[in-house]
Write a protein of this length. Structure first.
Length: 150
């Protein structure tokens, strides 16, 4: 099921894993510098080596996911695991894909887990993989919108 161009409501993704193509982009020096400035990292190591900070790729993936997911009020980003497999050179074209796992429910909360990977477009080399988990309140309406408690 290709959901790369539609808005996903997490409460609709319950029974099967769903793959999402998050697209391609060029890793630019300016985007790497913007990320480093945002996190307060002033060390020149990435620029000197010509590499992008690995977490800048993860931040871009999470941003792309949030563009596709409509999370209800009360959603909490609870966990993120990142594994850097290879350095990413400035100027590289990369592509990201995500697998949205079926919702799990425990203790009145729903858990939405998304596994993702980033690869170099030209060499098909895997660069980064990770997992992010969001807690969703169990009282969210089935259409993905928060239930009206008032």
């Amino acid at each position: 099921m290709d959901l790369s161009h539609i808005l996903l409501y997490p409460t609709d993704i319950i029974v099967q894993k769903t793959s999402v193509d998050l697209g391609c982009w060029e890793v630019s020096g300016s985007s790497a510098r913007q990320y480093l400035a945002a996190v307060g990292d002033e060390l020149p190591v990435y620029e000197d080596a010509g590499f992008a900070p690995p977490l800048s790729l993860a931040a871009r993936v999470v941003s792309l996911l949030l563009d596709r997911l409509s999370l209800p009020d009360g959603a909490i980003h609870s966990l993120q695991d990142i594994e850097t497999l290879q350095p990413t050179c400035i100027g590289s074209r990369v592509a990201a894909v995500a697998d949205v796992e079926p919702l799990r429910e425990r203790g009145g909360m729903r858990f939405l887990t998304v596994n993702f990977s980033v690869a170099d477009v030209d060499s098909a080399t895997a660069l980064l993989r990770g997992r992010t988990t969001v807690l969703l309140p169990a009282d969210a309406a089935e259409d993905g919108e928060p239930s009206d408690a008032s």
